[in-house]
Design a binder for this molecule. Structure first.
Ligand SMILES: NC(=O)c1ccc[n+]([C@@H]2O[C@H](COP(=O)([O-])OP(=O)(O)OC[C@H]3O[C@@H](n4cnc5c(N)ncnc54)[C@H](O)[C@@H]3O)[C@@H](O)[C@H]2O)c1
Length: 414
């Protein structure tokens, strides 16, 4: 759904109309859900927010799926905000999962989350839910500024944790704290970066591993998400946020393909015309609605990663990327020197689990997390990868504020 380049013109028109409607804005914080229309008759009616368009379910999607265990992991789901996120990844349908309890701070959201996931037990907060000894793993789909604190709370109670993006919000100290907490706990941590299971990025990763690119010389990624009035959020965390504090959908096109990192950055911003991006109008003192980063990569290559929320038109919602390597490139498809490509088909889905939104990535992220626990192995987006995908943007914003100064980026390795 992310690519609009080849869309018939009438579909493009409808999409633009849709963007206009959703751009009308939601009451920040409180009951955003009532103010954004929900699309159609979906199983868990998702809000009209871009990226939530579900992939067409393929009847053969489960073909070849082999259970690794008959055990059910006992899971808690937390966070049913504007994006209704904790219900959107199919935990409740996974054959190796029992959803034991759910939570959201707002009683009506909590009740709805329990209803759509058919779960009987609710807790008034994550802090109460994690005390439940029955629960082995928690999906933290709360507001981004709380991810670090909430994930550490889960780990402290001896449970595995999956986190919505970004891993941390605007703070390098938080990144170090989370890294140490995960290492110390010995539990599994996975960040649910949706780009990592998009069809193209998945293919790029397989080709990279098979040597079809060699080293990546140049990568481009972008996350464009124009919004006229902004999208609602708990305590208004989205309002005027520095664009590069939410960098993972684009940065995944390097870090999620290679497993590498960014080592240095110079980032450019342009003062925005939009009201919420005026320095005095947001708590972040952020003047930018668009920030463009140039990174040095850990392989010695270059990457350009773009984030924009204040530029209408021209693929105004797009999560995309492409790579150029020493032996081949991927620009919608592979072209290069490697003639024997590996299997590029994404892994099958467990029976009953929908591919879900963001390019059919949701169900696969859940299956990866659950399987990593069952097999006691590293999940695909582990803590080091998650932080390497997140902290480049934090330093990038500092660089933009300092007039594009080149700055070093902390590195995370397990
Ligand atoms: N493509 C993607 O990966 C993607 C897309 C959309 C959103 N997200 C991420 O998903 C997360 C959720 O997004 P949203 O728009 O629904 O957020 P939101 O701010 O609208 O909602 C957050 C919810 O968390 C709940 N919450 C906060 N603290 C809690 C606590 N201690 N206990 C229980 N509940 C608590 C709040 O009550 C609120 O309902 C965000 O982190 C966002 O960054 C990722």
């Amino acid at each position: 759904m992310k690519k609009m380049r080849n869309m018939p013109i009438n579909q493009l028109f409808n999409r633009r109309k849709f963007i206009k409607l959703t751009g009308l804005g939601v009451g920040a914080g409180v009951f955003g859900l009532q103010q954004i229309g929900c699309k159609g008759e979906r199983r868990f009616a998702q809000p009209d927010i871009h990226g939530f368009e579900e992939a067409q379910d393929n009847p053969d999607a489960s073909k070849g799926w082999v259970p690794v265990s008959d055990r059910k992991i006992r899971v808690g789901l937390v966070g049913y905000g504007v994006c209704r996120f904790s219900a959107a990844f199919g935990f409740q349908d996974h054959p190796n999962v029992e959803v034991v309890a759910v939570s959201d701070l707002f009683p009506d959201r909590c009740a709805k989350l329990a209803e759509v996931t058919k779960c009987k037990k609710t807790y008034p907060s994550l802090e109460e839910l994690v005390k439940d000894d029955k629960i082995e793993a928690v999906f933290v789909a709360t507001d981004a500024p709380s991810h670090m604190k909430h994930c550490i709370e889960v780990l402290k109670h001896g449970k595995h944790v999956a986190s919505a993006v970004p891993a941390v919000f605007g703070s390098l100290e938080e990144a170090d704290k989370l890294f140490d907490a995960v290492k110390k706990s010995g539990m599994k941590y996975m960040m649910f970066e949706t780009s990592c299971f998009r069809e193209d990025l998945y293919a790029m990763r397989q080709i990279y591993k098979a040597g079809g690119f060699g080293k990546l010389v140049y990568t481009e990624g972008e996350y464009w998400h124009y919004s006229e009035k902004g999208i609602g959020s708990y305590n208004n965390w989205r309002h005027g946020m520095p664009p590069q504090w939410y960098p993972t959908h684009s940065d995944a096109y390097y870090v999620g393909v290679t497993g590498g990192s960014f080592t240095e950055v110079s980032c450019l911003g342009m003062p925005s015309l939009m009201e919420r991006y005026q320095e005095g109008n947001n708590r972040y003192k952020n003047p930018f609605g668009t920030e463009i980063s140039l990174y040095r990569t850990s392989e010695g290559g270059m990457a350009r990663m773009g984030r924009s929320s204040d530029t209408p038109g021209g693929h105004e919602f797009l999560e995309d990327g492409r790579v150029r390597g020493e032996r081949g490139s991927f620009y919608e498809k592979y072209e290069g020197l490697e003639k024997n490509l590996p299997d590029l088909t994404r892994p099958p889905l467990p029976p009953g689990v929908s591919a879900g939104g963001h390019g059919g990535s949701h169900g696969r992220l859940t299956d990866e997390f659950v399987t990593a626990i069952l097999q006691d192995r590293k999940p695909l987006v582990d803590i080091a990868t998650a932080l390497n995908m997140t902290v480049g943007g934090i330093v990038a914003h500092q660089s933009a504020l300092k007039g594009e100064e080149w700055m070093k980026i902390p590195q995370y390795n397990l």
